[in-house]
Design a binder for this molecule. Structure first.
Ligand code: CMC
Length: 428
């Protein structure tokens, strides 16, 4: 907390409130409004929380104007090109990059937790054959609390840590079970001699009758996607995890809430929506021009999927990283080149259009992630599950940070009431 204060005056009454300023290491400072209501009788009104810091956090920093994303200080571009997903997980959870012993130990711990109880598989087999993977994933992650009640004491740091490791380790297994259930194929057991990412591709695409060995480009593309989606500070799903966890809810329930939030098309569901939009342009009478015109039409609820971001108002650095990976993968696998070409033409047309320029709407990470996932043969209804798997570490890092924050309280926003004033029930 700095010694600076901001004074707010109500011109009607002349009352003033003196509010402390909270300073971060970099980026905007904030006015601490916790005593505002007491001092002035006013709350603050901020639907969508665009101007409100809900917590302080040392995990991830974003400068939306300049397109900067740092995890524990390290730029996402450097992590995406030099690091591994598990190293980024360690960094997010512990604050520092691991040395080689810490890295090996962490990898071994995660590998020790990749299997799930057989009854979890049976539980998942109970879903309808065409259940959406996100419905299965959120329900199954919530159900994990019933399998691991030996370690859900949120006040015990060891319990919090083992739960973090379990979730990171088991998400690829659970995500692959969603896919296998939908394909009608048997669940595949994890292979601990493979890397985290290779194991995930094995879980997805190996069958008892045949081994699966992914190409280096496929492993790199998947690994990059995981790194780029690992955390993104107080986005909707992370804030949901914090809010759910703030009541003391167990970590599995809190992460399940985050998965449910991520499912929405304005958040993690966007990459699926991007592919639907591109397919529509390829397969129906829609053109790039008509699609852009619809997105600009205020009478049409349609939005150009994969464009715009609540915080990035210049460019999304994750989109820049992913574009190169997307190129390499399609060059090697010869994936859906016409679709990729269409995506590039759409991006070019949007970037040249005044409507999008004026509103600072640029392609976001999801614009390209769907094309990569399709090239990897991952079906569209699994796209958001991939995002959930990658983001699990971010959710847990924030959940853990919240539980060690001295200012931590249950989350409980205020409201401006606009309903009827007090009135009597007929005859009362
Ligand atoms: N297409 C057309 N117009 C748009 C779009 C879009 N994709 N995004 C924003 N706008 C317009 C919006 O209509 C508004 O115009 P006006 O000022 O004339 O009313 C202006 O731009 C500001 O929009 P907003 O709704 O105030 O912006 P927001 O910060 O509330 O919304 C967003 C951010 C990501 C929800 C939104 O841009 C959107 O719906 N994009 C498409 C969905 C998408 O790609 N989501 C993935 C986000 S990245 C993954 C992640 O980090 O979760």
């Amino acid at each position: 907390m700095s010694s600076k204060t901001v004074t707010v005056t109500d011109p009607a009454s002349g009352n003033t409130a003196e509010l402390p300023v909270v300073e971060g290491t970099v980026g905007n400072n904030a006015i601490d409004v916790r005593t505002l209501a007491k001092q002035s009788g006013y709350f603050t009104y901020d639907p969508g929380f665009a101007a409100t810091a809900s917590c302080s956090s040392a995990i991830t920093y974003i400068d939306g104007e300049q397109g900067i994303l740092l995890h524990r200080g390290y730029p996402i571009e450097q992590l995406a090109s030099k690091s591994s997903y598990l190293e980024v997980c360690y960094l997010l959870l512990n604050g520092e990059l691991p040395n080689s012993t810490e890295s090996d130990d962490f990898e071994n711990i995660i590998k020790n937790h990749t299997m799930v109880h057989e009854n979890i598989g049976r539980f998942m087999q109970g879903f309808r054959y065409d259940a959406h993977p996100m419905a299965m994933l959120s329900a199954t992650v919530a159900a994990l609390a019933s399998f691991y009640h030996d370690s859900i004491d949120i006040n015990d740091p060891e319990h919090r840590q083992i739960t973090a490791h379990r979730l990171i380790a088991k998400m690829p297994t659970l995500a692959s079970y969603c896919y296998k259930h939908y394909r009608g194929q048997p669940f595949v057991y994890p292979r601990n001699n493979l890397s985290y990412t290779e194991n995930f591709l094995h879980l997805m695409f190996a069958v008892p009758a045949e081994e699966y060995s992914p190409s280096p480009a496929a492993i790199r593309a998947m690994e990059t996607l995981l790194i780029l989606h690992a955390d993104h500070e107080q986005n909707a799903s992370t804030s949901t995890v914090r809010l759910a966890g703030s009541s003391g809810a167990n970590p599995f329930a809190s992460i399940a809430a985050g998965i449910a939030c991520l499912w929405g098309p304005a958040h993690g569901g966007a990459n699926e929506a991007v592919m639907n939009m591109l397919d529509d342009i390829m397969e129906t009478g829609e053109t790039i021009e008509s699609t852009i015109a619809r997105a600009k039409d205020k009478n049409d609820p349609f939005r150009l999927m994969g464009f715009g971001h609540r915080v990035y108002k210049n460019y999304d650095p994750r989109a820049t990283c992913i574009q190169g990976v997307c190129h390499d993968l399609l060059d090697e696998l010869g994936g859906d080149q016409p679709l990729f070409q269409l995506a590039r033409e759409l991006e070019e047309a949007v970037l040249a259009d005044d409507y999008f320029k004026e509103r600072k709407l640029f392609p976001n990470v999801d614009f390209y992630s769907g094309i990569i996932l399709r090239a990897l043969n991952i079906p569209m209804n699994m796209f958001t599950a991939m995002f959930a798997m990658a983001r699990t570490v971010g959710w847990i890092a924030h959940w853990q940070e919240m539980h060690t924050d001295p200012h931590f309280r249950i989350g409980r926003p205020q409201q401006i009431y606009t309903g009827p004033t007090r009135r009597d029930y007929p005859g009362a």
